[in-house]
Design a protein around this ligand. Structure first.
Ligand code: PMP
Length: 421
């Protein structure tokens, strides 16, 4: 918008005109009458792209927060801060010329090799060349969507769905088909009814339900993908955060030609690094790299070096053990509190979320809770279209729940009071 006069009407081009509130930074000169609207042409994509309902909900309720069960945010005390200082100092002292320089679009090979090695330990036959580093796994999702979908190539999205995935595929203007996630697993019949180009799933400790697909369901989906030549984009954000299970076997392990896995260090190291990855079959590496070049040239060199330095120094299993122990304690505490309040949720097994059943409309419960300073996210935020669909669950993030005395009362007042439950 810089340099565009606030009153300017852009009338040409294929786009219809819409009005935007004038930005405070545009044309604020003393004594000038300020038009309150400016007209600007946007692409269809920009006009229809949904914003994150969760980010909007949580930022509008930010003041007066007594208990934040809203955002799926890692515990900052678990960030490897002191170690990061060491890694950073050593890196700048010994290798600044490389660590601060441009680097390949694909990412740093030693980091890619580490990620491949961990996936091999989980049953996948993956080479480092198939692992491409991205700016968080959100960029990986957007790149997968740009690579495989279009207005004529639909995607099957889980329902309820992680809203970031919905946004990523909406950016590629892919029509979506619902793939219901039930207590028994994915409703595979929904896939058979509608032919899609891609299936997006979050099979381990799903955001938002916390549910996981069992081995048999994963195998069936992999078989379906291979038999029908449909790509499966498997979001593995919480795959290593099961409380007592060994990390799950990815779908990728049984779908060598159709499996795509998206992962991240956001939940296991820290999200501020913005280091994620995408694993694709060999034939997709080159077109994927072109898409990533066009959108960001390369992932951050410095943050990749930092992530690699952390991995070199951490005992990964012990590190994961600490995270799992902390999140399990919190999950069990919040689950117990919910139980005391008569709220039903399946016992948590990993990840960050409880999926709590409400008796009344969940969006109303969330609004009452927010008025009491308790942040939660209603089921509606995880629909394909935010204004419609079932509204009977709240997503509660236990990742930062400390079970401080008095929090039970806040929860009780917010969730148990009145007739909303
Ligand atoms: N997938 C899922 C299921 C998530 O919950 C998140 C973070 N909320 C992401 C992907 C994106 O994480 P990041 O971009 O930080 O890697």
């Amino acid at each position: 918008m810089v340099g565009v006069p606030p009153h300017m009407h852009i009338m040409n081009g294929p786009y219809t005109n819409i009005s935007l509130e004038a930005m405070p930074s545009s044309g604020h000169r003393k004594g000038m009458a300020q038009p309150s609207q400016m007209h600007i042409a946007l692409s269809e994509r920009a006009k229809t792209l949904p914003g994150s309902a969760i980010r909007a909900l949580l930022s509008s309720a930010r003041s007066n927060v007594a208990l934040d069960l809203g955002g799926g945010i890692p515990e900052p005390d678990l960030f490897p801060g002191p170690l990061l200082v060491d890694v950073f100092s050593h890196l700048i002292a010994t290798d600044a010329a490389q660590a601060l320089q441009y680097a390949p679009t694909e990412g740093l090979l030693p980091l890619r090799a580490r990620i491949a090695q961990r996936l091999q330990q989980r049953g996948c036959s993956v080479t480092p060349e198939q692992v491409i580093i991205t700016h968080g796994s959100q960029q990986a999702l957007a790149a997968a969507a740009a690579l495989l979908t279009s207005p004529t190539e639909p995607v099957a999205l889980e329902l309820p769905v992680y809203p970031g995935a919905r946004q990523a595929f909406a950016l590629a203007e892919a029509p979506s088909v619902p793939l219901p996630v039930t207590e028994q697993g994915w409703e595979m019949a929904a896939l058979k009814r509608a032919r899609v180009a891609v299936i997006y799933v979050n099979p381990s400790y799903q955001n938002p339900t916390g549910r996981s697909a069992n081995i048999e369901q994963r195998r069936l989906l992999a078989e379906y993908a291979e038999a029908t030549e449909t790509f499966v984009v498997e979001d593995d954000a919480y795959g290593e955060l099961g409380f007592d299970a060994a990390p799950t076997r990815p779908i990728l392990a049984d779908a060598p030609t159709r499996g795509i896995l998206v992962g991240t260090f956001s939940k296991t190291l820290c999200p501020g690094l913005r280091v994620g990855w995408i694993v694709v079959p060999r034939g997709l590496v080159e077109p994927l790299v072109r898409i990533l070049q066009a959108s960001s040239l390369q992932p951050g060199t410095l943050t990749q070096h930092l992530a690699f330095g952390l991995l070199e120094r951490l005992d990964w299993q012990a590190h994961l053990g600490r995270l799992r122990c902390c999140y399990q304690t919190r999950a069990f505490a919040l689950h117990a509190r919910c139980h005391e309040l008569g709220l039903h949720a399946a016992a948590p097994k990993g990840g960050f979320f409880l999926w709590v059943r409400t008796r009344g409309a969940a969006s109303r419960v969330a609004a009452v809770a927010a008025a009491h300073g308790v942040l939660t996210v209603p089921e509606r935020a995880f629909q394909h279209s935010v204004d419609a669909g079932p509204d009977r669950h709240l997503r509660l993030a236990f990742s930062r729940f400390r079970d401080i005395p008095g929090d039970l009362e806040k929860l009780a007042t917010a969730l148990g009071s009145g007739s909303v439950l």
